[in-house]
Design a protein around this ligand. Structure first.
Ligand code: GAF
Length: 390
């Protein structure tokens, strides 16, 4: 189903006429800088050309209607503007609803409701930010439909994160929503999450491609484990703050961490903090390497990122490690690592152009042999951020 079909579906469900508008918000892949965004560190994600399409129109009454063309036999979820509370039965629609709730709570009041239909082509549970995509899509729709022109794209990212934290209960950082909102074609975003300053870095790899490999596994309890990592980092920070004047782990470099680390009493928390500090340093170094056209160094830092996420942060899993080990064994693979929150999802690899076919063949076959699962591969096209399209 393409954008035209989604509009047709919208008309079939909600009827024709009025001012029907179309939107798109991408997914994202993070090249390096994992689990640093809630530690005041740097990240380096880029927006994809896959994402979530949305069609919407304002209503006369106070009803809001959500429909997803991704779900077979999806029923329209109806909510009233007078009761924007989270309801388990709303299922996926709690994501867009959370954004409406956040707008309302921030004084962006709506007296008329709207109809909305969506369709996404980000594989489910792949860790390529389908929820951030849906949140920022909804923010983009609301800003446009209701004329909240004072909201910037950064505001829409922050509102998306706020709704995910406070309405849907995942204590995520800002990286995903920021990448989805601020993405730029052919560029990754070097974002300092301590103050949201950022610069775009052109990703021009003349002889290599970025390849995402989907493990097609998603282990349960992800949100619980994610929130736990945040708590462990917060605990480590609190202990460090008794000996050094810092506001976040991102303010320490590796040397500083080594100097003060013994104040962290819990060994697991110490490892989590070591990852957060080292990953931030790696990200800064990796972007500098890219600016120097040193893609080999960038790749080595990606590999080191994976080791740290696997051993210190413990957010990898057997299937992802199999994919990364296979990738590392192939000539022409510059670097490979887990990407996103972890516990399944995808890896991201930089692969020399002439090795891409062998990469897919060998990683695919090896993974199938070891797990029985057919991995999926996407050669990345870096796209623009969320926008109205029609
Ligand atoms: C998830 C979160 F949503 C992000 O904020 C980030 O912390 C990421 O995991 C890990 O880098 O995608």
């Amino acid at each position: 189903m393409d954008a035209k079909d989604l509009r047709a579906k919208f008309v079939e469900i909600y009827g024709d006429g009025g001012d029907i508008r179309e939107y798109f918000a991408p997914g994202r892949v993070n090249l390096i800088g994992e689990h640093t965004d809630y530690n005041g560190g740097h990240v380096f994600p880029c927006a994809l050309t896959i994402g979530t399409y949305g069609v919407a129109r304002k209503r006369e009454d106070d009803k809001i209607h959500f429909f997803s063309a991704n779900l077979e036999d999806c029923e329209v979820v109806e909510v009233s503007l007078s009761d924007l509370s989270y309801q388990k039965r709303y299922s996926w629609a709690n994501y867009p609803l959370g954004v409406v709730w956040a707008f309302d709570g921030k004084g962006k009041k709506m007296t008329q409701g709207f109809d909305m239909a969506i369709r996404g082509n980000i594989p489910n549970g792949s860790g390529l930010s389908s929820s951030a995509s849906l949140e920022v899509l909804t923010g983009t729709i609301l800003r446009d439909l209701y004329g909240f022109a004072d909201l910037s794209m950064t505001d829409l990212a922050l509102i998306g994160q706020y709704s995910e934290n406070n309405f849907n209960g995942c204590n995520c950082g800002i990286m995903d929503q920021f990448a989805v909102a601020m993405g730029k074609k052919d560029c990754a975003i070097f974002l300092d999450t301590s103050d949201l300053s950022y610069e775009y870095a052109k990703i021009a790899l003349p002889d290599a491609k970025i390849v995402i490999t989907n493990s097609k596994v998603k282990h349960s309890l992800v949100d619980g484990q994610y929130n736990k990592r945040r708590e462990e980092c917060a605990e480590a920070l609190a202990q460090l703050q008794t000996v050094v004047d810092i506001q976040s782990l991102g303010e320490l470099d590796n040397e500083g961490f080594e100097k003060y680390k013994d104040v962290i009493t819990d060994e697991e928390c110490k490892k989590r903090a070591r990852h957060a500090v080292a990953e931030n340093q790696r990200t800064i170094e990796a972007v500098a390497a890219l600016k120097d056209n040193d893609v080999e160094k960038f790749g080595k830092l990606m590999n080191a990122s994976h080791v740290s996420l696997r051993d210190d942060y413990k957010v990898s899993c057997e299937e992802i490690d199999i994919l990364v080990d296979l990738a590392w064994s192939i000539d022409g693979v510059v670097g490979s690592r887990i990407t996103g929150g972890g516990f399944g999802g995808c890896t991201v690899s930089i692969v020399k152009n002439d090795a891409v076919d062998a990469f897919m063949e060998k990683v695919g076959a090896g993974y199938k042999e070891k797990t029985g699962i057919d991995a999926e591969f996407y050669v990345v096209d870096i796209g623009d951020g969320a926008r109205r399209t029609v």
